[in-house]
Design a binder for this molecule. Structure first.
Ligand SMILES: [Zn+2]
Length: 345
């Protein structure tokens, strides 16, 4: 607090809050916060879970709390968000934090050797040196083994956070030396509030993005940040409606193109949301429709395609989305799905 010289009134300095905000994963944030505040953190952690759910953000927030000068916060992972160390972390400039990611398709052994070498040194500024290694499943056996000794006999001031989308691909010897935190996709509600808080989206737009992202907060935020994302969204909806007019041969050709699409999972979510809207219109529930800016097209489909056909296609789309997660042949799954799309026009 200070005193304003001219008015003589007391004022509070408005200090920027540099805390790294983590959405969801409340149990993990609490667990890490308690460990930080009790001085009981483990030497190594493994954050495992699907892509784009915020594992890296959680790791960065944890690193921030580990080196924070006053980690007594009662929210998030406990960093104060005000000290020099917290600011450096937020700016990605902390000298005691190192983030390693695969270069090309692999985490290379010389990257891991760099971790090992630096882990033996004392921190520059704070209590800990923190190493975050992401996509650790991309470390081959030699690289993973190179880290083992550091995980077994870490220096007291080193903390290592491994991140993996596919922990089943990791060596047991690695997993057993880490505290494993299994993280899950976020509930729709939490993504909606994150989108509203960060981007001031309307309830409807936020809900639509939350649905599309399927619990992947990173994807939802990226969509909200990309100015042309709505444009390409609308374009993909046009393409989907064109499929309804295609012959079987055209459908197969289109399936072969679609199966290579990097965002195929999102596209199927878009289709589900679209056909759900058509069904809702058939059921006289227009208030629940999410694609309200496409009401004319949706209404036309609702009036011309029989309900059972729509239901069958929705089921087939859900089944296909499940297949894709299980690495079933993508071309075959997509061909079968497109052949089941309703015929129209
Ligand atoms: Zn701090």
């Amino acid at each position: 607090m200070g005193i304003d010289k001219r008015s003589g009134k007391a004022y509070y300095l408005t200090m920027k809050d540099f805390r790294i905000r983590v959405y969801g994963h409340v149990w993990a944030q609490e667990l890490l916060r308690r460990a930080v505040q009790q001085g009981a953190t483990r030497h190594a952690y493994l954050f495992a879970g699907p892509e784009h759910i915020g594992k890296m953000t959680l790791a960065r927030a944890f690193a921030q709390a580990l080196t924070c000068e006053h980690p007594t916060g009662q929210e998030g992972v406990g960093a104060c968000g005000r000290c020099r160390s917290c600011r450096l972390t937020a700016e990605g400039m902390h000298p005691d934090h190192r983030i390693f990611a695969p270069e090309g398709s692999q985490l290379r052994i010389d990257q891991i050797r760099e971790v090992v070498r630096e882990a033996a040194l004392s921190p520059v500024e704070g209590r800990y040196k923190v190493f975050i290694i992401t996509e650790f499943e991309r470390a081959n056996v030699n690289a993973a083994n190179a880290l083992l000794k550091t995980l077994e006999e870490p220096s007291a001031s080193t903390r290592i956070i491994l991140i993996s989308h596919q922990p089943s691909g990791l060596l047991d010897t690695i997993i057993s030396r880490c505290q494993l935190l299994r993280l899950r996709p976020l509930p729709e509600r939490e993504i909606v509030s994150a989108l509203q808080e960060q981007h001031g989206l309307s309830e409807l737009d936020a809900l639509r993005l939350a649905r599309l992202s399927n619990g992947r907060i990173g994807r939802a935020l990226a969509l909200a940040e990309t100015p042309d994302s709505w444009q390409s969204y609308n374009q993909r909806l046009q393409e989907m409606q064109a499929i309804l007019r295609y012959s079987p041969a055209q459908r197969i050709a289109h399936a072969q193109m679609l199966e290579k699409h990097p965002q195929l999972e999102t596209i199927l979510q878009e289709w589900l949301m679209w056909w759900r809207d058509v069904l809702l219109l058939q059921m006289q529930a227009p208030d629940l429709v999410l694609n309200r800016d496409h009401l004319a097209e949706l209404t036309h489909l609702a009036q011309t395609i029989p309900g059972p056909q729509i239901r069958r296609f929705i089921e087939a789309t859900m089944t296909t989305a499940g297949y894709l997660r299980k690495n079933v042949s993508r071309p075959l799954a997509m061909e079968a799905l497109l052949l089941k799309a309703p015929k129209h026009g």
